[in-house]
Design a protein around this ligand. Structure first.
Ligand code: IDC
Length: 458
């Protein structure tokens, strides 16, 4: 009896509270799905599925839709866990894109097969709610530079093993590398850089200026001015600009020592007052000792410092900037014999389908002793081509995020190779934003780069 009374009292209290506060507030929901067939061939097709959350932030999501024709099948998907049961397709958020803020998008996609017709899917739902929303494209972008990466972080410097912002707090920059400017300059216009800054929310543009292969050496003045104009375009959008003196063949950077001095004296003087410039003095030294690279660095860095004393400089490492690993060495040769200069970092590059656990082990160890910057990496093999290695890329990016190591992905271009983020034919056009223009690598990279930065401001 007593127990019954207590229960009654509890019910009464609950009822009382309910009348006091009214029914519980329900979460706002809503979503939009942009579905685009990016290519189609005999019996097969590739589709981009851009999912935008128009409701409250979610910490997990499942997209469902119906394939109207019985012959339509999902063969392989990316950027979500894909499954099909009868005509119902399910795509669920994975480790790196499970959380979806209000207004945030995921670019997923799949390769499908079909037998009869290939009609557009129907009945898209996100977490059970029909996706009928439309994005208000007329919302103006944030004004002023307060909200941009450069606006928030200001002039960067190295503190300990980290890249730090104006509040002396470690930050990670995430962005994209251009392809060779001598081949792909049509990929870097106002439209494409708007997409990189606003849709990709990139913090960083790496400007890859090849020295050989029809690059800088053929027209020093022309390439210098091209680099400067890209620095300005990045600055106008609040992005950092990484000026990459893209040496590759020959591998000894000393071969280009005089060119490097001329080039860096010029760009450092011209851009000294800017807060958004970082200098990368040698892309990938190869077939050359650490001692020779260090000697090169100790001649080029003073030239930069004389003109632009406070900018961060990044030094390439042995074995195609593998910290020596690809040459059978490792980071200890640098730890024991560092470049004599302040405010510098060391380059590490990887290609996810070629470089795996042993390279990751080196980076996690080396990052506790040396300031590292991944100025270039690919989701594919070191050739720059082949299939995207999702598992290895994800393992790499999780490691870099965890250690706050900045990175730029090769490449923001429409080159006909697996590493390119944009479908061939995109550059020079008017659409850099829809999921239709993204390759598999591009969709993966955009989903990683466009998540909030949460830069510390005190
Ligand atoms: C590759 C490009 C390819 C171009 C070649 C020319 O992807 O289109 O023909 O350069 O040399 C690097 C280099 C980078 C390479 C890239 C992929 O820094 O220049 O780009 N890579 O091979 N290091 C490892 C891989």
């Amino acid at each position: 009896m007593r127990r019954f009374m207590a229960l009654l009292a509890a019910c009464a209290t609950a009822l009382g509270l309910m009348t006091l506060f009214g029914p519980q507030a329900t979460a706002a929901t809503g979503c939009r799905v942009d579905y685009t067939v990016t290519s189609q061939w005999q019996g097969g097709f590739q589709a981009g599925v851009k999912i935008t959350n128009l409701g409250d932030p979610v910490s997990g999501w499942t997209l469902k839709f119906t394939l109207p024709d019985a012959g339509q099948k999902v063969v392989q998907g990316w950027n979500a866990a894909w499954a099909q049961s009868g005509s119902t397709v399910t795509a669920a958020g994975t480790d790196w894109n499970r959380e979806l803020a209000t207004g945030a998008s995921v670019d997923a996609g799949f390769v499908g097969s079909f037998t009869g017709a290939n009609p557009k899917p129907t009945a898209f739902t996100l977490n059970g709610v029909a996706c009928t929303g439309s994005v208000d494209d007329t919302t103006p972008p944030p004004t002023g530079d307060g909200g941009t990466p450069v606006g928030v972080n200001g002039q960067l410097h190295v503190c300990g093993v980290h890249l730090c912002n104006q509040y002396d707090r470690p930050i990670q920059l995430r962005g994209m590398s251009t392809h060779g400017l001598q081949w792909f300059s049509q990929c870097y216009d106002n439209t494409s850089l708007d997409a990189l800054a606003k849709d990709w929310k990139a913090d960083l543009l790496r400007i890859a200026m090849y020295v050989q292969e029809d690059g800088y050496e053929t027209d020093p003045a022309g390439f210098t001015s091209k680099v400067n104009s890209l620095v300005d375009m990045a600055e106008a959008r609040g992005m950092y600009a990484l000026i990459d003196f893209h040496t590759l063949t020959p591998g000894d950077p000393n071969y280009n020592l005089d060119r490097a001095k001329t080039f860096f004296a010029s760009v450092a003087a011209r851009n000294a007052a800017k807060k958004n410039v970082i200098y990368e003095i040698a892309n990938e030294p190869n077939g050359v000792s650490w001692a020779a690279i260090k000697q090169y660095a100790e001649q080029v860095i003073p030239v930069i410092r004389a003109a632009d004393p406070d900018a961060v400089v990044i030094v390439g490492t042995r074995g195609w900037s593998s910290l020596g690993v690809s040459d059978g060495s490792n980071e200890t040769e640098i730890v024991n014999n560092p470049v004599k200069a302040d405010n510098i970092m060391y380059t590490f590059h990887f290609y996810a389908a070629s470089h795996k656990d042993d390279y990751r082990a080196t980076v996690s160890r080396a990052a506790t002793r040396l300031p590292l910057f991944v100025t270039e990496f690919g989701t594919v093999t070191y050739t720059g081509d082949g299939a995207v290695d999702h598992a290895s890329t994800t393992a790499w990016l999780d490691l870099l995020d965890q250690m706050k190591i900045s990175y730029a992905n090769w490449t923001y271009s429409d080159a006909p190779e697996g590493s390119a983020a944009l479908e061939p034919g995109t550059c020079g056009g008017s659409d850099y934003s829809s999921s239709a223009v993204l390759t598999e690598s591009g969709a993966l990279m955009k989903s990683r780069i466009s998540t909030p930065d949460n830069f510390p401001t005190s």
